[in-house]
Every structure is written in structure tokens, then in C-alpha cells.
Design a protein around this ligand. Structure first.
Ligand code: ZN
Length: 233
């Protein structure tokens, strides 16, 4: 029913191995040398003393929830929240999740990975990634698990929800940082990735609801090439 509206997919003829062939705009998916996601292997990680400070400033706000391609995305009503990294201020423009995780740690896949997509005034993108493991109790997503299947079923449906993303961030601010791309078409490069070192947790009940909709929405791992991964220690 909704299939014709989806330009790319996670399986079959429109799957990740073919993204670079779907249209000219997606070509970077096969030719790019700085693609995401990657495996974060501790042997390849460079620990940086006095790494760039990461300051997170999120607050409770309303989000518009709607389907985008093969997932459900949340768009904040209040644009005045986000983070400061390396002296640059970035605003949160949207967020969404992937099951299982896209980035791996020593080839370990986490149950889920959230992507908080930011942009600064120069139009530069920074994605903050948060890993989650499935536990009995976990982060508070409010009504999101309930709304998820409703908006996914119909591109025309939009819902509103109140949420505070700081509620699902880890307490410790240690992070990995590297230069990559978006993980969905068009997989533009020039994206700064901040992957939080510490995983948080998602309650089984919420996880199952999200899993029903976005299971296997992870792009396969991409070559690190000559890129470096920094660790803030
Ligand atoms: Zn993503």
C-alpha cells in the first residue's frame, strides 16, 4: 500500500547494496570513502587528552511524529535546543531510531541506536548516536511506543508528543567521534558523528513496539578506510 512512496529500502532491489545505483543523487553510497555506520574497534580508537568538550542542552518540548521513508521521525517544535561541540552550537532538527544498532563496538550490535540529528548555522550536520540495550526497565518515551505503529501505517498521519530527549542519554559524557555520512539515502558525507560511549537502556515493552516497525533498519557496516576514531576518555 505504502510501498510506491518508498524510494529505497533495507531489503531486495532497493536494499543497501543497491542504494548507490537507484539515482544519481544516491551515487555517493557506493563511491564515498567516508560512509557510515562503522565498527568502532577499540584497537583502532585514538584516546584524546583534552578532547573537544561536549555540552548537551536538551529540554522538554513538543515533537511532531510522522513517517519518513522506512521509519518514524520526530521533529521538535522548539528549535532552541541541542548541543555545543568544539565551540560550535548545533540545533536538534530531528531524531529517530534503528534496530539493531548501526554502529557496533568491537563488532557488538546493541539492541537499538537513536540518532539525534543536528545542524549548525553553517548547515553542517552532527549526529549524536545513543546505544540502548534491552532491559526490564528503561528510558521514558512517553506515548511514543503507542503512536509509532499509527503514524507508520499512513504517510498522511501526524501526531504530537511531549518528550525530553535528555531522559535517554547516558550520564557519562564520554564519546567516540569520527567523520562520516548519513546512514540513509542520500548518504551525504561531511557529517560529524558523536557516538556516546555508554549505552543506556530501553524497557522490553517499548522495545518490542519499536521492533515491530523498525526491525532491520540498520545499514551494513562501512569501511573505516584511513579515517580516525577519537575517544574523549
Ligand atoms: Zn539514523
Amino acid at each position: 500500500m505504502t510501498e510506491p512512496l518508498v524510494k529505497w529500502s533495507y531489503e531486495g532491489e532497493k536494499g543497501p547494496h543497491y542504494w548507490g545505483h537507484i539515482c544519481e543523487e544516491y551515487e555517493i553510497a557506493k563511491s564515498g570513502k567516508s560512509q557510515s555506520p562503522i565498527d568502532i574497534h577499540m584497537e583502532k580508537v585514538m584516546e584524546v587528552q583534552g578532547a573537544a568538550p561536549l555540552e548537551l542542552n536538551y529540554k522538554p518540548t513538543k515533537y511532531t511524529v510522522r513517517r519518513v521513508e522506512n521509519s518514524v521521525h520526530l521533529f521538535p517544535k522548539d528549535k532552541e535546543q541541542g548541543l555545543t561541540f568544539d565551540g560550535k552550537r548545533y540545533n536538534l532538527i530531528a531524531f529517530h531510531g534503528h534496530i539493531p544498532s548501526e554502529h557496533t563496538l568491537n563488532e557488538h550490535y546493541f539492541a537499538m541506536e537513536w540518532h539525534l540529528v543536528h545542524m549548525n548555522e553553517l548547515g553542517e550536520r552532527l549526529v549524536l548516536a545513543v546505544w540502548m540495550e534491552q532491559e526490564l526497565e528503561g528510558s521514558d518515551f512517553g506515548e511514543l511506543a503507542e503512536i509509532f505503529p499509527q503514524v507508520f501505517a499512513d504517510f498522511g498521519i501526524e501526531k504530537e508528543i511531549s518528550l525530553d530527549v535528555s531522559g535517554f542519554l547516558p550520564e557519562k559524557r564520554a564519546y567516540f567521534k569520527y567523520q562520516g555520512s548519513l546512514t540513509t539515502p542520500p548518504t551525504f558525507e561531511g557529517v560529524t558523528w558523536i557516538v556516546m560511549r555508554e549505552a543506556t537502556s530501553i524497557a522490553e515493552e517499548d522495545f518490542v513496539a519499536f521492533q515491530d516497525i523498525i526491525q532491520d533498519t540498520n545499514r551494513p557496516l562501512q569501511e573505516l578506510g584511513d579515517r580516525q576514531i577519537h575517544h574523549s576518555a
